[in-house]
Write a protein that binds this ligand. Structure first.
Ligand code: PA5
Length: 450
């Protein structure tokens, strides 16, 4: 492809001088080396580092083949998963799909819907009601194979699929992606003979988008997983530990955000001017939030969709507490062209825009926002993607993952664990009287009575 995504830090230097960021060169290079040598915290979870270069033709062809089978047999595929077992696939599929895919009359590929990412009774009721009228299949994803939300959804939807298609046919329409030896989903998959893919032990959920966890749903949705991997692979080499700080975008982003944090910018807002990037931001928030938010440390990752949110969060960004910096993902060239028509009567006063592209207006909104926010004391980082396609999304995903690993090490936390996620689960299980939680149940009910 010849081009790469680009990182611009010029608009943070008036807040943090360039030499301060550059002074982080050694720390960033050491952090990157620690990742590659496996000498840092959480070093048993580094399998994601080489996923792009190690994605074998055999695996990709197998995934593509499974995708073709599901595409032929299903109008809808429900992807069941939560957190890292869901967000990456949704991020890529949403970024690449037609915004109105649901209402299109003709569908070359199945529509992708999601379940197990919440415990909404109405959501599941409505989903099941809809599925009664369609031929559907399921991709069930859970590394542990025991997470409550997806397990519940799978119990309901698996049963429905069997009722609609018969037990034997249903088995052909379910794909399981889980641990190679443990967990309820693994046991079910073996018992029932579902087509299965393994999530390797050394890959954590939020770093798994470039494994079958992301690739399988993305392929079924009709997108080119080889291009996604190609982009990620190029970025893998561009951000390797033998690429020095001056050329290594992941190191530079990690260094910049850590210096911004030290200067009191405790919130990073990931902004886009392209509504299809909404779920890329959701994925990014999980990646950075779960990786860095621990030991009372870390930047709080937030996100906005512009210009939509300029009419809601824009006020706070411009004039609220000055604890924010902004990282904007900018897409250089839209995939389609649309020009603004002339209206001879100029009733709306918009003739000054006639003949110009919608994207020009969007880009000026982007530039105007950047200048306004800098004036309002919001440092600005800009990431430019040449186009919204599989190749550059692959680059972007790997760039963020790599920078996250480096950034976590610079912050001196283990970026690959998430001990805090267990707290709500323990309480929920105690409240639901799950076997094994009897003692906690007693304690929690006493606490609630007080
Ligand atoms: O990043 C993570 O590890 C988590 O977000 C998990 O992906 C999430 O909790 C789902 O876990 P599992 O795949 O075991 O169902």
């Amino acid at each position: 492809m010849g081009k790469n995504i680009d990182l611009c830090l010029n608009n943070i230097y008036q807040f943090i001088p360039k030499n301060i960021i550059d002074n982080q060169k050694v720390a960033a290079e050491d952090a990157c080396k620690a990742l590659h040598r496996g000498s840092g915290k959480g070093n048993d979870f580094l399998g994601w580092l080489n996923l792009p270069s190690e994605a074998s033709d055999e695996l990709l062809a197998d995934i593509e083949n499974t995708a073709k089978i599901l595409q032929k047999k299903c109008e809808i595929i429900v992807v069941i998963g939560i957190g890292g077992s869901y967000l990456g696939a949704r991020a890529v599929i949403d970024a690449l799909s037609n915004s109105f895919v649901f209402l299109q009359k003709e569908h070359q590929f199945p529509i992708i819907l999601y379940a197990g990412q919440n415990i909404g009774e109405d959501y599941l009721f409505e989903l099941q009601s809809l599925l009664k009228n369609y031929k559907f299949g399921i991709i069930s994803i859970s590394k542990s194979g025991t997470t409550t939300e997806p397990a519940l959804a799978f119990r309901l939807l698996g049963e429905q699929l069997e009722a609609q298609q018969g037990k034997e046919q249903a088995k052909q329409l379910i794909v399981a992606i889980t641990d190679k030896a443990r967990g309820a989903l693994h046991t079910l998959a073996v018992e029932q003979g579902y087509k299965s893919y393994v999530i390797e032990d050394n890959i954590g959920g939020r770093f798994s988008v470039l494994s079958p966890v992301g690739l399988m749903p993305i392929a079924v949705a009709g997108f080119n997983i080889r291009q996604l991997i190609a982009g990620a692979k190029d970025m893998q080499y561009e951000t390797s530990d033998n690429v020095p700080f001056e050329k290594n975008l992941a190191m530079q982003y990690a260094a910049a955000r850590n210096e911004l944090l030290k200067s009191g910018r405790i919130i990073e807002v990931l902004a886009n001017f392209h509504s299809k990037l909404h779920y890329i931001a959701e994925w990014w928030k999980q990646l950075y939030g779960e990786s860095e938010g621990k030991e009372n440390k870390g930047i709080f990752p937030a996100s906005v969709d512009f210009t939509t949110d300029l009419h809601s969060m824009g006020q706070y960004l411009q004039e609220g507490q000055r604890v924010i910096f902004e990282t904007v993902i900018s897409v250089e060239e839209p995939n389609f062209e649309k020009r603004i028509p002339t209206d001879t009567a100029n009733r709306d006063g918009l003739n000054f825009l006639a003949g110009r592209r919608i994207d020009e207006v969007n880009k000026m909104a982007e530039l105007g926002t950047m200048l306004a926010h800098i004036d309002g004391n919001v440092p600005n980082i800009k990431i430019t993607m040449p186009k919204l396609n599989e190749y550059y999304i692959g680059q972007l995903l790997y760039f963020f993952e790599k920078a996250c690993g480096i950034s976590g090490y610079m912050l001196e936390v283990n970026p690959f664990d998430q001990p805090g996620v267990e707290a709500y689960k323990k309480n929920m299980f105690a409240l639901l009287n799950k076997p094994g939680y009897e003692k906690q149940s007693e304690e929690i009910f006493l606490r609630l009575k007080k």
